[in-house]
Design a protein around this ligand. Sequence first.
Ligand code: BGP
Length: 474
Amino acid sequence: MSFPKDFLWGGAIAANQCEGGFDQGGRGLSSADYLPADKARFALCQGRLSIDALDASMYYPAREGIDFYHHYKEDIQLLAQMGLKCLRLSIAWTRIYPNGDDETPNKEGLLFYENVFKECKKYNIEPLVTIDHFDVPVHCIRKYGSWRNRKMIDFYKKYVTTIMTRYKDYVQYWITFNEINMLLHLPYVGAGIIFDGNENENQVKYQAAHYQLVASAWATKIAHEINPENKVGCMLAAGDTYPYSCDPKDVFEAKKQDEDNFFFIDVQARGYYSKYAKKQFEKLNLNLDITSEDETILLENTVDYISFSYYASRCASANLKDIDKTEGNAFASLKNPHLQTSDWGWQIDPLGLRITLNTIYNRYQKPMFIVENGLGAKDVVEEDGSIHDPYRIAYLKEHMKAMKAAIEEDGVDLLGYTSWGCIDLISASTGQMSKRYGYIYVDRDDLGNGSLKRIKKDSFDWYKEVIEANGENL
Ligand code: BGP
């Protein structure tokens, strides 16, 4: 048998893309609430637009999401019907601390997630909780400049202590920050950073990343103190970088890009910055606030497992830098002529998942968790209400086979697999609803119209069978 018998087959969602209810239950405004479904979105994602410059009449899809806030019972019941063993979801920081720096938590918010976790428990679904999934209280952006400010560490620690204490009996698997390396590419998304126009952007980004790393180490410490059974993971937007050719210059370029990606989870997994990272700080002429207390906290509180998202491999060349890039992905990559792409220009590379699993396992030798993977595609509801999505089944099947081979033939240690957007939700990069990942369709369009009705797709029954057979039928 290739998959361990307790392998966590699951699905993943995030508050900022599905929950909605942005002005209900005492919730405060969050960074994602300001991301419009408009071309202005990308500039804001990069931190190059002020939230005060946005047009209030634009549509802000995160505010309503798929209204998981009111549909969570129905949604969790459907996921349980599919046989899900694990549900990755995030807590909206602003539902617990509406401003981020509040004295006391919001009781209604605490109760909401308790009810969500109770629902999971009812069906024996293991929750995997992302503490911060692209989600910063707007008050902290305005008052403190978000993660560029050391104060955020204390606010985050308080938030973590509150949720870990309250949900002690329900949650054991935690992720501190979603895709921590995203901060370098989309700093508003990753860390609520908006540049003031005159500052050294690298200085701001690497400083913010350092504060997040310290906060992450604190969260790991707090988790282990509250419950020694707690398991805390870091989370990487992964995908190995291939050299475009066997020209050593291309190989070296690919290696450098990979080192940049591992930069942060190296610290979370090993407890210190690599020598390569320190050389980059020198080259970029950065002057970072890193105290000896920070260094001790980092060293003493490394993560229990490595989680990551995988959508595709990347490709780099020393010579072809600016031409023929893939579309739509925050991580610039050359088009790999050997690969097909999705409707959104994302490359499709199942073997790349096996390669990436091997790279990460050999680098850290810690258990791994694939917490995002999937195909964003357009779905059509037929007249009889059915939805045929063979393209999604084909994508997932090939990736699961690659994962199986990595366990069976290469010996990697994998805790579970939660495919992204198990129920359709808002796309992080585009704000669209039409970029669908789910086994469950949600009737809502890109402008927020629709009944919100949930409909099973063909992939729903297919995944159910895979879980039932523990992947032996792939
Ligand atoms: C990751 C994010 C997710 C998710 C996914 C798919 O970067 O962690 O939040 O959205 O990408 O991307 P998209 O929604 O842009 O298709």
